[in-house]
Design a binder for this molecule. Structure first.
Ligand code: NAD
Length: 264
């Protein structure tokens, strides 16, 4: 299938590692020009070189910006060209008991996970509507639906993304612009991989055992019963930003291994 993504330009926030990096790689493989992002110049430079080595002829560049800093985001937006595809992927998570989450963490999670996408969409959606083509994707989570009791602040941000994504889609009525949310389930990204390795070390067990126990005890309804790979998420995103996916708009698309037990 030709996904018709060759003459498009995409920006992927938080893409020096994990799901964002895999999305950048997948889009580059389709011939899309991709601008990646991470917090530091060094990290962005390394990821650009890595992507060039992975994808022959990759049209990739990068701009550093920390989404917890409004000035960084303003500077990023000033530097970005007109883009066709916006992937709001940057996001942070941290398990913490509800009573231990201070105001500062609630604000920081909101700023990095929610306002990042708001600020970028506020700039790019009007431009996409004007040229009558564009794709905006919010990388939300199954945690938007199953709020994890060990990180309620994170769940709050992921639900908020669904509200914003659906609201923005309403503004695209009658155009060729779409706004959708993707809900990955537990996915073995760099961040999650490190978390599993730490758990394995502290419990003196293998990472396979940690994974098996995690799904048995924490995600018993998962049909997949393993972590998804970052590529499984990235390939889904790549399809939904394609011109071929023009009839999907305002949707919450699941890549969560079937753990949400509702039909719709
Ligand atoms: P990760 O920790 O592996 O990678 C995060 C990326 O975001 C890195 O490139 C990092 O540099 C960047 N980043 C972090 N903080 C940033 C900031 N303040 N400003 C700019 N960039 C920043 O993460 P991941 O697991 O690949 O998660 C990516 C997205 O997918 C997040 O929005 C996350 O909520 C969502 N998600 C992940 C999972 C999972 O299990 N991995 C499940 C559902 C949803």
């Amino acid at each position: 299938m030709d996904l018709q993504l060759k003459n498009k330009i995409a920006f992927v926030s938080g893409s020096t590692a994990g799901i964002g990096f895999a999305i950048a790689q997948s889009l580059l493989q389709e011939g899309t020009e991709v601008i990646i992002n991470g917090r530091t110049q060094d990290g962005v430079g390394k990821a650009v070189e890595e992507l060039k080595a992975l994808v022959a002829g990759a049209k990739v560049s990068g701009i550093p910006a920390d989404f917890s800093k409004a000035d960084d985001v303003k500077h990023l937006i000033d530097q970005l060209p007109d883009i066709d595809i916006l992937i709001n992927n940057a996001g942070i998570f941290e398990p913490k008991a509800f009573e231990d989450i201070p105001d500062e963490d609630w604000f920081r999670f909101f700023e990095v996970n929610v306002l990042s996408g708001v600020r970028l969409s506020r700039h790019f959606l009007p431009k996409m509507l004007k040229k009558n083509w564009g794709r905006i994707i919010f990388i939300s989570s199954e945690s938007a639906v199953f709020i994890p009791d060990e990180m309620i602040h994170y769940g709050m941000t992921k639900t908020a993304q669904l509200a914003i994504s659906r609201g923005l889609a309403e503004l695209t009525q009658g155009t060729e612009v779409t706004v959708n949310a993707i809900l990955p389930g537990p996915t073995k990204s760099k961040g999650v991989g490190g978390f599993i390795e730490d758990l394995a070390k502290s419990g003196n067990v293998s990472t396979d055992k940690v994974e098996e126990d995690f799904f048995k005890n924490m995600r018993p309804t998962s049909l997949l019963q393993r972590f998804a790979t970052v590529d499984e998420v990235a390939h889904t995103v790549t399809y939904y930003v394609s011109p071929l996916a023009s009839a999907t708009n305002g949707a919450s698309i699941r890549v969560e291994g079937g753990l949400i037990r509702s039909i719709l």
